[in-house]
Design a protein around this ligand. Structure first.
Ligand code: FES
Length: 186
């Protein structure tokens, strides 16, 4: 069990997820007065301890079965983690990359040797809605794609935009595997 403050509780998302100065002038006295006001203002802009704690998040992948997608929260945004099936991977790699709106091979979006794990920021690249997992026209036989219902963007089993107004593929965050079944995002 990891440090609870860094551990996000996965929430299954196989079901649909609908989802800052001021100018300081005047006398010395005024300056002193300003300082006493500005300090707490600046201090308040420092990241809070709980925000710093979420700069990265570790996730135990062991409970995530093939074909299942979970959602974790990282830096205030949802991150999708899908345990892809062989069919998901096959379909993602059967695409002519040059035909894609945002050409990226599947290999560029996953870690070599861990191709079954697809990890992406779950924010539509159009206007920021949260796409629905297990939906859309490019999910293949296992419904491994995503669909954004806000304006109709379809993402495939690699999270690449295939149809609709979204201009870019779902973003892949920085992450690393700490062990076979443990990943650190951020
Ligand atoms: S926000 Fe997703 S399609 Fe517009």
């Amino acid at each position: 069990m990891s440090n609870p403050s860094k551990q996000s509780s996965p929430a299954t998302s196989t079901e649909s997820t609908r989802r800052d100065f001021m100018v300081l002038t005047g006398s010395a006295m005024a300056g002193l007065g300003a300082c006493s006001v500005v300090w707490p203002f600046i201090h308040s802009m420092n990241p809070a301890a709980d925000v710093l704690a979420l700069a990265s998040v570790e996730v135990d992948l062991a409970p995530i079965q093939p074909g299942q997608t979970i959602k974790v929260k990282w830096r205030g945004v949802p991150v999708f983690i899908r345990h892809r099936t062989p069919d998901d991977i096959k379909e993602a790699r059967a695409v002519n990359v040059s035909d894609l709106p945002d050409p990226e091979s599947d290999e560029m979006r996953v870690k070599k040797g861990s191709e079954q794990w697809l990890i992406m920021v779950g924010v539509c690249t159009h206007l920021g809605c949260i796409p629905m997992g297990g939906a859309g026209e490019y999910g293949g036989t296992n419904k491994g794609g995503w669909f954004c219902p806000c304006h109709g963007s379809h993402y495939d089993t690699s999270g690449r935009i295939r149809k609709g107004p979204a201009p870019k593929n779902l973003a892949v965050p920085q992450y690393e595997f700490l062990a076979n079944n443990r990943v650190k995002i951020g």
